[in-house]
Design a protein. Structure first.
Length: 256
């Protein structure tokens, strides 16, 4: 099991779903975990012995405030998990410019702002760990292949994938590893929204849509949040000391 004793981690979009599961997994591995979301997830922080704060990941000022908060309340930062994100299923002709800008603001600009803000803190503590410090960006299987009706989402997650690779090369000298995780459809609120959207688009019932989406994965079922959370913990740990610029695919074979 990954040993994260002594590490300080930040997970954005941590109120529920993959963010909450990842925060719990990091804490179980020994990290002190800070969690943020639009509404501060204080209940989760209390559960895992961490700290919580409200944050808008599209706000440059908020990111500066979060870094000051981490330095003051936690002593720095070793692991950044850029998890906050939005889903949109809408044909191109029905996608407005506001839709496009909103999704890119959260899914892409939020990752850029978070990475840029965190670099000084991560660099300060990189010498403490054999594998240095780590950034893990949540992309998607949709960042690896296209999906009709999800072109805007595809664009954001593809951008996260290549941003991750560029950062990995740029930050290697500072001993900051940067990797991305690419889930398939996971059994979360967002995953269920995706299934409902597919059902509406195809004119079928929810159960039929669920069966169809599950069958898209060769393993035959939706993923569980723990599958993705465990992947993040691995990439954040010294077990992944020689891993940077990688895309860890957790998609039940969807993109195989």
């Amino acid at each position: 099991m990954a040993d994260l004793d002594g590490r300080i981690a930040l997970v954005t979009g941590a109120a529920k779903g993959l963010g909450a599961a990842t925060a719990r997994a990091l804490a179980a591995a020994g990290a002190k975990v800070a969690v943020t979301d639009i509404a501060a997830p204080h209940e989760l922080a209390a559960e895992i012995g961490g700290i919580a704060r409200a944050q808008d990941v599209t706000s440059e000022a908020d990111w500066a405030g979060v870094m000051d908060w981490l330095r003051a309340e936690a002593g720095g930062l070793d692991i950044l998990v850029n998890n906050a994100g939005l889903w949109l299923f809408r044909p191109i002709l029905e996608t407005t410019l506001d839709d496009w800008r909103r999704l890119h603001a959260v899914n892409v600009e939020g990752v850029f702002l978070g990475t840029r803000a965190a670099i000084p803190l991560l660099a300060e503590r990189a010498h403490l760990w054999r594998g240095g410090t780590a950034i893990v960006n949540l992309s998607s299987a949709a960042g690896l292949e296209g999906a009709a009706g999800a072109t805007c989402y595809n664009s954001t997650k593809g951008a996260v994938r290549l941003f991750t690779k560029g950062c990995a090369k740029e930050l290697a000298a500072a001993r900051i590893r940067v990797n991305s995780v690419h889930p398939g459809v996971i059994d979360t609120d967002m995953g269920r929204t995706l299934i409902d959207d597919f059902a509406a688009a195809q004119g079928v019932g929810g159960n039929e849509s669920l069966a169809g989406v599950a069958a898209m994965h060769p393993l035959g079922h939706l993923g569980e949040v723990v599958n993705v959370a465990d992947a993040v913990v691995f990439l954040a740990s010294d077990r992944a000391a020689f891993t940077t610029g990688s895309e860890l695919v957790v998609d039940g074979g969807l993109t195989a």
